[in-house]
Ligand binder design. Structure first.
Ligand code: SAH
Length: 214
């Protein structure tokens, strides 16, 4: 008889999916599968690896954080991605959310203003062979360098109002998810959808993100 031992990180990932995500209402099968397969422990500083699957954000240096697993799943689910979608992310951070999105979308373009974080994220994503992710170092509040459109935009840092340059990337039917409110206080996670005759806004939950710096 052969005994197959799941490695502890795999077990922790599966427990994270069941108890932090599915139990709280995340139901999109693609999102659950992506969260169950991306090795979150490789996106946190080595000293914090044992806590990588805890139900909380963790520091990744420079005063920045990798978001709580539930918040990543909620944002990605709210973006309603399909396999053909192109996504723009502002705030690459560790690269974890980009990795998750790259498994449920065709292409992820992600921007990070901090050069060291952008470099680390790039190294991690190359190592894990996420070939459909492009990282650009720069101020994401000004939008992606060329005037392309994205089916979905994910902003991973808090802002008091929706940056106009990012709205311009959204075609009709496009979705944007972002933390709106006081960058140093309480914020609401909001989904903005571009319809035929303008934008509609829905509040998803209360959140606390680091500030969008521009
Ligand atoms: N999605 C990340 C978490 C992002 S934390 C993850 O999965 O790990 C927010 C990130 O946004 C930080 O790394 C911060 O440096 C970056 N950031 C803040 N303002 C920015 C801006 N104007 N343009 C690009 N990145 C920005």
């Amino acid at each position: 008889m052969t005994l197959i031992h799941a490695c502890p990180a795999t077990e922790r990932r599966h427990a994270m999916v069941e108890f932090q995500l599915r139990a709280r209402g995340i139901s999109n099968p693609g999102v659950l599968a992506a969260m169950g397969s991306v090795e979150r422990e490789l996106f946190v500083p080595p000293a914090l690896r044992a806590r990588a699957h805890d139900d909380e954000p963790l520091p990744i240096g420079f005063g920045q954080t990798i978001s709580q697993p539930y918040v990543v799943a909620l944002m990605v689910e709210a973006l309603e991605l399909t396999g053909g979608d192109r996504v723009l992310e502002i705030g690459t951070g560790s690269g974890y959310a980009a990795a998750v999105m790259s498994m449920v979308a065709a292409e992820v373009c992600t921007m990070e203003r901090n050069e060291v974080l952008a470099g680390r994220a790039r190294a991690t994503l190359v190592r894990l062979r996420h070939t459909n992710i492009h990282i650009h170092r720069g101020d994401g509040s000004r939008g992606w360098p060329d005037e392309t459109s994205f089916d979905a935009v994910c902003i991973a840092a808090a802002t008091p109002s929706v940056p106009a340059a990012l709205l311009e990337h959204l075609p009709q039917g496009g979705r944007m998810v972002l933390p709106l409110g006081d960058p140093h206080g309480d914020q609401k996670l909001v989904r903005v959808t571009r319809g035929e005759s303008g934008y509609s806004e829905e509040e998803l939950t209360d959140v606390r993100f680091v500030p969008l710096v521009s």
